[in-house]
Design a protein around this ligand. Sequence first.
Ligand code: GDP
Length: 529
Amino acid sequence: MAYTVEQEIKRRRTFAIISHPDAGKTTLTEKFLLYGGQINLAGSVKGKATARHAVSDWMEIEKERGISVTSSVLQFEYDGYCINILDTPGHQDFSEDTYRTLMAADSAVMVIDASKGVEAQTRKLFKVCVMRHIPIFTFINKMDRDANDTFELLDDIENELGIATVPVNWPIGSGKEFKGVYDRNERTVRMFSDTQKGTKQGEERILSIDDPALKEEIGDEKYEQLMEELELLDGAGAEFNQDLVTKGELSPVFFGSALTNFGVETFLEHFLKMTYSPLPRMSDAGEISPFSEDFSAFVFKIQANMNKAHRDRVAFLRICSGTFDATKEYTHVQGGRKSKLSAPQQMMADERKIVDKAYAGDIIGVFDPGLYSIGDTFTSAKKTFKFEGIPTFAPEHFARVRQIDTMKRKQFMKGITQIAQEGAIQIFQEYNTGMEEIIVGVVGVLQFDVLKYRLNNEYNVEIGLENLPYEHIRWIEGDYDINKISGTSDMKKIKDLKDRPLLLFVNSWSVGMVQDRNEGLVLSEFGRD
Ligand code: GDP
């Protein structure tokens, strides 16, 4: 079917999928592809050990470690929609890229393990979603296992994350007794059939809540329990409000089991209706409409090739307006140059393919000749503009870098600065020490290994790292004089390469204490240009 440009943009949905490792993000993504008809047999796309590497085989470390260091993007079609899923690495050693991926998404799907509730990594990623005010949808997964009490799960989300919830459907039983979900809007129950452990699309039978067959099928006890729970819910729970959902203040909640496919398709259907096609994005020339004639995009991630033989980099662009056409030239605003974007590529299910056209909402990877930086804007507009910058996210691990061969000072500085520019690490200096003492901050500890490996492999420089006990970093908003700050014994004053002052803390309670002690001091978890 041929779509107009406007239709192409309107049918796009671009979302990130976030969770704590093992909550079922990969499995759920596979099932989306299954329902999208992209794959025949779920599990054939992203089996953890094999397929993820097929998508991002640029990084040797990734192969060695068998975990995904980088985030990947997948596109698939469902019911006339064109959907872009931004995957956020699930391993604990995630990086700043994981946060930045959320800058490219228009909404987020949060996958929660029904027997665990909100976990650490979800909490971290959630903060970024809140900062961006994007809609957040909750999929409570693994209902085929014994789950926590449903009301407790909702309380946990509200208390831990501070967002109101509204269940769109409600589970009937859990574990072996997970029979189906009740759709509150339609007042119907979807009963699930065997999906042979999720390898085929299950049959879903829909029964009205008033249908006597329902009581017969789930038994008197479960039926009574369901009625009680629904009454409680109607009495005490929040009502669905699309406006609040859109602002990211109310999270619609769904229950299901990605493994057995239960509840996946109904989630997808509701989700697509409750989210929007790409919305305008802020730039220094005001809001840019996705339907603008001009193409525009920004870089949200740069991935260096770890393979020495191909030392190229790929820049990932989120298209914000218009159509990308591979034959046309675009202005790289920060670089002040116009050129074609070479080797544009997109991930489709399990393969990378070269694209010649893409639309607002899409993500493309393009060859980076070493000139692009995170946050850069590309556009076809004659009067160029820049999209709002991408904030710097707080690293949680810090180390002092020691150069083993001090003769290679120049290479060392070049390497470490370039790697920092790509956004894998952040570098800082202590006051009064000069460039001899560099402190590196990373979001996930694996980045220390990546830094060591890359400096050695690409710049021929060997380093040693001395871990520092700091875990919290804060940017200082406004012009507060750093010399005037009265600190705590575990606090350290540092600056970044642009000479902006920052504070490091060992303990989180010290952050609050310093804030209290210094009137007018505003500390932030995000750094902005
Ligand atoms: P990720 O780390 O969040 O991407 O999690 P995965 O999708 O890799 O899932 C982690 C483990 O949980 C795997 O062994 C999955 O088979 C299993 N799993 C995922 N979804 C479900 C589910 O709905 N029910 C059950 N019982 N297991 C699941």
